[in-house]
Design a protein around this ligand. Structure first.
Ligand code: WTA
Length: 674
């Protein structure tokens, strides 16, 4: 069975006409019950977005209401102008104030699975109120103020949720870095955000091993002197280095144990009244050029958009026994929006799992679903492809009958994986929501609504409420059905990014310059190619820039190239995506070596390790080919299409250690590419 995006798969996407509708019972119990209801609401949301979003916003708590719903002066949007609120309040305190303090907010399961029972913790809203207050006071005791940016580099433990909510509570923004990133990646992000405090742990569990987080933070601190305080959670009883000496700009010691700080802290800490447009968080993501950019999200609009997309797309309902599980790491936007910020205000328990999907065995996820009665399950196509490969017997061992809705995110899902998910996990009963969105959009943009929009395998179907999406050409003209083009968003939406931290020019260049109306009004350009079919369904065709999507994680090919050329033996490197059975897209690197350096398997391993060191393990090339020169056009542009073809046909050639001459191929292609 082949599961990669091979040509026959693309064929099957083009000719995919199977439709899967929710059952009548499912639709009757859902928030949105029919296509007609969806269409009417959609029309309202596009014709009169301000009334539409005001109505949604009233389901949440505001200290002070807005004067105006939207101020739009492209590309700058202000939502809920003049209002004040607090997202931690809406996630936590609002439930306590409503008398729901003893209900479960977070269900957490640790990775170690000894004597057939893993460590499980249930945190109620009252627990979260107490713990976020204590930790917020701890942050204040280290001098953290409203408006500061706190960096978080933690494993998937409840304290990560507590740390981010504590920041929101006192009006400090957070910058969460995925635990797989390297010390250099931390140092770059800390410097860009000018963070003085970083929160980490003595380790986290992953596939039975300890991930050495504190070591990486120590190394990052040697590359950068902006950090005054490191807060360390004890998670693994791991031996770590400790820095007791005072930091240069600050009288007190650098490293602090989390437990010492909260022991000394009061559990009273009122939520700051934040302006709707105050910064909530920065999240770094890869782009076409240069270093990762810090995407800025603000408080009010992001809160309303993630709350409402969670409610409608996952059909969350606190009056049913819903248990929502998103398998992403909180270090990515999916975890920010759909483990914490969108889910908690819906008063539905959110499940957090610390570790790997195949520890201690390949059925771990299904055992979690069965033991906790998960009702909504949200994961990535790359995970689904891995499950398919591991075998049907693993899900079949467990009772998955609690599941109601399945979701996917991060990359296009091939119809074969969609059908497997539908049959093996959803028992042909659960609607699948294939959600297209980005770090920049804050929440779902193109997605089925499970009770109302029939699904087609491989399509993310229709725009969410308030999202005005279209397929256009380079001139901004809308394309007829089934014609490929650029995906564009033509109106502002509440969850949209408000900028790139410290780089206004890049914000405008990246998102607001490529597509314009004939009158010169910019459209939001997400960087994806897509087509719309005769039913108005969207089919994402992938990135049209130099960003690749490796296991649903975004990487800039330039980032990987810079990492490679920073190795002493490498003169030039070109990185392209290649089809990969599990990852969707793998990384292929073509490398020219400095005089005297010899191609070898050892060097290949060194270069892979070097890339992991510079960026993180997710950036390790799957294929490295040494070449005496990179094929270039007459004008000196690297012939990436040729390299992509070579990488895609890699199976027949294999990894070779010899120096290859790609110039012959290049000459053959010259006329085609120049
Ligand atoms: C891709 C992840 C097809 C897309 C939430 C986008 C998808 C990038 C889908 C954003 C989907 C995400 N179908 N492609 N359902 N979801 N993508 O910022 O190329 O990590 O631009 O956000 O992932 O990745 P990011």
């Amino acid at each position: 069975m082949s599961t990669q995006h091979n040509p026959s798969d693309i064929e099957s996407v083009l000719h995919e006409d199977r439709m899967f509708s929710p059952s009548a019972d499912f639709a009757a119990a859902a928030h949105i019950k029919s296509p007609d209801q969806r269409d009417a609401l959609y029309k309202h949301s596009i014709d009169d977005p301000e009334t539409f979003w005001a109505q949604v916003a009233r389901e949440l708590h505001w200290f002070k209401p807005w004067d105006r719903v939207l101020d739009w002066n492209a590309p700058d949007a202000k939502w809920f102008v003049g209002a004040t609120t607090n997202l931690c309040y809406n996630c936590v305190d609002r439930q306590v104030d409503a008398g729901l303090g003893d209900q479960t907010a977070i269900i957490w399961e640790g990775e170690p699975f000894e004597s057939a029972s893993p460590e499980v913790r249930h945190l109620t809203y009252a627990d979260l109120q107490r713990e976020t207050s204590k930790f917020a006071n701890a942050l204040k005791s280290l001098g953290v103020k409203r408006g500061d940016i706190v960096t978080i580099y933690m494993p998937m433990v409840p304290e990560l949720a507590i740390a981010m909510l504590a920041c929101a509570r006192i009006g400090a923004a957070h910058s969460i870095i995925f635990g797989g990133f390297s010390a250099s990646a931390i140092a770059d992000r800390v410097e860009d955000a000018n963070s003085k405090v970083i929160i980490t742990a003595d380790g986290g569990w992953r596939r039975g091993n300890i991930v050495e987080l504190k070591d990486k933070v120590d190394a990052a601190c040697t590359q950068n002197d902006s950090i005054d305080h490191v807060i360390v959670l004890k998670r693994c009883e791991n031996t770590i280095n400790w820095h007791d000496e005072p930091s240069p700009d600050h009288g007190s010691k650098r490293d602090h144990w989390w437990h010492d700080l909260i022991d000394a802290a009061s559990d009273e800490c009122p939520c700051e009244h934040m302006d709707a447009e105050d910064l909530l968080f920065v999240l770094y993501t890869s782009g076409t050029t240069g270093k990762p950019k810090g995407i800025m999200h603000t408080t009010g609009g992001y809160m309303v958009f993630t709350y409402y997309t969670s409610k409608i797309v996952f059909d969350l309902n606190p009056n049913r026994d819903d248990i929502f599980w998103c398998t992403a790491d909180i270090g990515w936007v999916t975890g920010h929006s759909y483990i914490i910020y969108g889910v908690l205000p819906n008063r539905v328990p959110t499940l957090m799992y610390e570790g790997a999907p195949n520890h201690p065995g390949p059925d771990r996820f299904w055992s979690i679903v069965a033991r906790h009665n998960v009702t909504q399950f949200y994961t990535a196509p790359t995970a689904i492809r891995a499950f398919m490969k591991w075998g049907d017997e693993h899900p079949q061992k467990h009772d998955l009958s609690s599941l109601r809705i399945l979701g996917t995110v991060g990359e296009p899902i091939n119809p074969e994986a969609w059908m497997w998910y539908h049959r093996l996990i959803g028992a042909e009963r659960c609607p699948i929501v294939d959600t297209w969105w980005q770090t920049e959009t804050g929440g779902h943009m193109l997605t089925p609504i499970p009770g109302a929009v029939p699904a087609k395998p491989g399509s993310c179907t229709l725009p969410f409420f308030g999202v005005d999406a279209a397929i256009v050409n380079e001139q901004g003209e809308e394309q007829p059905p089934n014609t490929g083009g650029l995906l564009a968003i033509r109106k502002p939406w509440p969850g949209m990014l408000r900028g790139i931290l410290g780089d206004r020019e890049r914000f405008i260049q990246t998102y607001w310059s490529r597509i314009k109306t004939p009158a010169g009004e910019p459209y939001y350009f997400p960087g994806d190619g897509a087509r719309c079919d005769q039913d108005g369904y969207f089919w994402i065709m992938g990135r049209v820039d130099d960003v690749i999507n490796v296991s649903g994680h975004r990487l800039g090919t330039m980032e990987v190239e810079s990492a490679l050329v920073s190795h002493e033996t490498v003169v030039e490197a070109a990185v392209v995506g290649m089809p990969h059975e599990i990852k969707g897209t793998g990384i292929a690197a073509f490398v020219t070596l400095a005089p005297g350096a010899q191609p070898s398997d050892e060097l290949r391993d060194q270069l892979r390790a070097h890339t992991a060191n510079e960026i993180g393990a997710i950036a390790k090339p799957d294929l490295i080919r040494f070449t005496d020169a990179l094929p270039k056009t007459r004008s000196g542009k690297i012939m990436r299409r040729l390299l992509r073809d070579i990488a895609a046909g890699n199976d027949s050639v294999g990894d070779t250690t010899t120096l290859e001459d790609l110039s012959v191929l290049a000459r053959l292609r010259q006329s085609e590419e120049s």
